[in-house]
Design a protein around this ligand. Structure first.
Ligand SMILES: Cc1cc2nc3c(=O)[nH]c(=O)nc-3n(C[C@H](O)[C@H](O)[C@H](O)COP(=O)(O)OP(=O)(O)OC[C@H]3O[C@@H](n4cnc5c(N)ncnc54)[C@H](O)[C@@H]3O)c2cc1C
Length: 416
C-alpha cells in the first residue's frame, strides 16, 4: 500500500503543473484553415530548432525529476519514487491537459535504453546513467541495426573484442534515430564469431562522444534527417558498461525490443494521435464530400478501427501496469497502428488527389504529404509488418515456426 493515495498524488501533480506550465486551451471544434497544418509521422525540424527544442525538453524533465515526478514507478535506490505503475498513468493523464515541450527525444532513451540498463546493467552503469536519463541530463539511442542485420538482428557483424578491463568496438550501425543528439547508446556487438549467431552477441552502453565514433545523418524521402549511420573505429568501452553476461546479448536485445514494440504500438494509441476525427470531418466538409457514400463508408471504418486499436492498447498496457511483462499481444498493437495509418494514408490520397503531391499553397492539403511519405517507415521501424505477423502467428496463434533464413530446409522447394 503506497504512502500516498491516488487522490493525494493527483493533487500533488496538479499543483506542480499549475505552478510550472499553462493549461492547454479548450479547442472543442477544429476549424478548417486555422492554426498549423503540419501533419508528419516523424519530427523534421532543422538542426538549430531541434537543439532549442531539446533544451526545452531537457529543462522540463529536470523540473519534473527535481519535483519527484521524473521516475514515478522506478526503484528509490536509483532515483525513482517507487510508486505503483498506475501513478504513471495518473501523471500522464494530468499532464495531457497542460502545455509541455516535445518529449519525442526521450522515447528511445526512456522507453528502451533505460529499462534495459535497469534489467541488465551493472551496478556501476545503473548508478551512472539511470537518474541522469530520467532527469533528461542524458539522451540515449539504440544501436542495433546494421546494413546486413535488421529483422535478422542476430546476423550483426559489429565486433567487440576484449582487452583487459575494456572492450574494443569496431563496425557500422544504421538507421539510428536521435544518434546526433544522443550522449550514450545501447549497442549490440558480436563478441564470439565461433558461437552460433544468437549466442555470440553481447550488449554494451557506449559513449556517443568517445574517440572513434562517427555519426552521419541519413536524409529520408520526406526531406528530413531524423536518423543516422554510425561508424565505430576501435571505440573503447569499460567492462562495467557491459549489459548482461558475455555472449548473452540476445536476451538483452529481446528486453529492448519488447519495450520498443510497447512504446511504438501502445504509445501510438493505434495511431490515434495522428487521426483526428474532427480534422478529417472538417476536411470532408471543406471539399463537399460528406455526402459521398463511399467516402463516408471509409471514414466510418477508419474511425472504428482507430477506436478498437485504442481500447485494445489500453487493455495491453493495463496488463503491463499490473506488473506483468509486455507480451506478444503488443505485436498486434504495432500491426494495428501500421494498418490504420496505411489505410488513413490511402484515404487521404483519395480525398486530396493531386493536391497531395503538388504544393498549391492551399492550407491542409500538401502538408499531408509528409504524413503519407512517413507511413512506410512506421511499417518497418521496431519490427516490420511481416516479422510482426510471424510473431503473432507463432506466439499468439501457436502456428508452426517460420523456417527462417538460416534453416537448411527453408528454400529447399524453390527452383535452383
Ligand atoms: C523510422 C525508423 C527508425 C528506426 N530507428 C532505429 C534505431 O533507432 N535503432 C536501430 O537499431 N534501428 C532502427 N531502425 C531500423 C529498423 O529496426 C530496421 O529497419 C528493421 O529492423 C528492418 O530491418 P531492415 O531495414 O534491415 O530490413 P530487412 O530485415 O532486410 O527486411 C527487408 C524485407 O524483408 C522482410 N523480411 C525480413 N525477414 C523476414 C521474415 N523472417 N519473414 C518474412 N519477411 C521478412 C521484411 O519484412 C522487409 O519487408 C529504424 C527504422 C525506421 C524505419
Amino acid at each position: 500500500m503506497p504512502a500516498i493515495t491516488d487522490d493525494e498524488f493527483r493533487a500533488e501533480v496538479l499543483t506542480f503543473l499549475e505552478a510550472n506550465t499553462t493549461p492547454k486551451l479548450e479547442t472543442d471544434t477544429f476549424v478548417w484553415g486555422q492554426g498549423s497544418d503540419e501533419v508528419a509521422v516523424f519530427e523534421e525540424t532543422d538542426r538549430d530548432v531541434e537543439l532549442t527544442e531539446l533544451a526545452l525538453a531537457q529543462a522540463w524533465r529536470a523540473k519534473r525529476y527535481d519535483a519527484g515526478l521524473g521516475w514515478i514507478s522506478g526503484p528509490c535506490e536509483y532515483g525513482g519514487r517507487e510508486l505503483p505503475g498506475n501513478f504513471d498513468r495518473i501523471y500522464a493523464a494530468a499532464e495531457g491537459g497542460f502545455t509541455t515541450p516535445n518529449m519525442g527525444f526521450f522515447t528511445i532513451s526512456l522507453g528502451m535504453v533505460a529499462p534495459t540498463i535497469l534489467a541488465h546493467g551493472s551496478e556501476a552503469a545503473k548508478d551512472a546513467y539511470l537518474s541522469k536519463l530520467y532527469r533528461g541530463d542524458l539522451v540515449g539511442c539504440q544501436l542495433f541495426s546494421e546494413p546486413s542485420a535488421g529483422s535478422d538482428l542476430a546476423g550483426l557483424g559489429t565486433r567487440a573484442e576484449r582487452d583487459g578491463d575494456e572492450w574494443v568496438i569496431t563496425g557500422q550501425k544504421v538507421w539510428t534515430s536521435y544518434a546526433h543528439v544522443a550522449d550514450i547508446g545501447e549497442i549490440m556487438c558480436r563478441s564470439d564469431v565461433n558461437m552460433p549467431k544468437h549466442r555470440g552477441m553481447t550488449g554494451f552502453i557506449v559513449d556517443m562522444r568517445a574517440p572513434g565514433v562517427d555519426i552521419r545523418p541519413l536524409r529520408q524521402m520526406t526531406g528530413g534527417a531524423s536518423f543516422n549511420e554510425v561508424f565505430f573505429d576501435e571505440v573503447r568501452v569499460p567492462d562495467d558498461h557491459r549489459l548482461g553476461d558475455v555472449n548473452a546479448g540476445w536476451g538483452v536485445a529481446l528486453t529492448t525490443l519488447m519495450n520498443e514494440r510497447a512504446a511504438i504500438g501502445g504509445g501510438g494509441g493505434g495511431g490515434q494521435g495522428l487521426f483526428s476525427p474532427e480534422r478529417v470531418r472538417a476536411m470532408l466538409d471543406h471539399f463537399d464530400l460528406l455526402g459521398d457514400a463511399t467516402i463516408r463508408d471509409r471514414y466510418a471504418k477508419l474511425y472504428s478501427n482507430f477506436t478498437v486499436a485504442k481500447w485494445n492498447n489500453k487493455r495491453a498496457l493495463d496488463k503491463i501496469k499490473a506488473g506483468q511483462l509486455p507480451g506478444p499481444e503488443l505485436s498486434t498493437a504495432k500491426l494495428a497502428l501500421t494498418n490504420n495509418m496505411s489505410e488513413f494514408s490511402e484515404f487521404i490520397a483519395a480525398v486530396l488527389g493531386p493536391r497531395l503531391v503538388a504544393d498549391s499553397g492551399e492550407w491542409g492539403t500538401y502538408s499531408y504529404s509528409k504524413f503519407v511519405l512517413g507511413v512506410p517507415g512506421m511499417r518497418v521501424a521496431g519490427g516490420t509488418d511481416e516479422v510482426m505477423r510471424n510473431i503473432v502467428a507463432e506466439r499468439v496463434l501457436g502456428l508452426p515456426k517460420d523456417p527462417g533464413i538460416d534453416s537448411k530446409t527453408a528454400f529447399k522447394d524453390l527452383p535452383h
